[in-house]
Design a protein around this ligand. Structure first.
Ligand code: NAD
Length: 133
């Protein structure tokens, strides 16, 4: 943003990708959780700093998706299975779901939304005690 912001003369929308591990402890996510917590704090700081220039800054917290980066996380297949069985929508998230949310955040329909972390996770993050059986 240090380099991009000066070129964004007419404002704009900036989006980063985060994960639940930035707000809760997720097994095997380890220091990535700390990094994502910092990233989400950065989103708020940058939204505050760049708001007067009409630049909005938000994060999308995506549910688990099997990508190259995700393959580095131990037990990822279990995470996918668990996420699907516990999330209110009983679905796993796709890259298209994340892209649709990003398109929304990029456009005018989100023109008053900044500094937020938007969960695109089939509702997984709201669950405290999952339905048993
Ligand atoms: N996959 C998931 O389950 C999941 C869930 C939540 C958040 N995320 C986040 O989404 C983001 C993208 O991850 P992904 O899962 O789509 O993985 P991915 O492997 O599909 O994509 C990672 C991308 O980052 C690029 N990249 C890597 N190092 C780079 C660098 N130094 N400079 C520029 N580009 C670089 C790679 O070329 C690749 O295109 C990450 O921040 C990840 O933490 C992923």
């Amino acid at each position: 943003m240090q380099y991009a912001a000066p070129h964004m003369k007419n404002g704009g929308s900036v989006i980063t990708l985060t994960y639940l591990g930035g707000q809760r402890v997720c097994a095997n996510y380890k220091v990535m959780g700390v990094a994502k917590a910092a990233l989400e704090a950065y989103v708020r700081e940058l939204a505050f700093e760049l708001g007067p220039k009409a630049i909005r800054v938000n994060a999308i917290s995506a549910g688990p998706i099997k990508t190259l980066a995700a393959s580095g996380i131990t037990g990822f297949d279990y995470i996918l299975e668990y996420h699907k069985s516990v999330s209110p929508l009983r679905e796993n998230v796709t890259t298209t779901d994340v892209a649709e949310a990003a398109a929304f955040l990029s456009g005018d329909k989100a023109k008053m939304i900044t500094g937020q972390t938007l969960f695109v996770d089939a509702g997984y993050s709201i669950v405290g005690v999952p339905q048993l059986g």
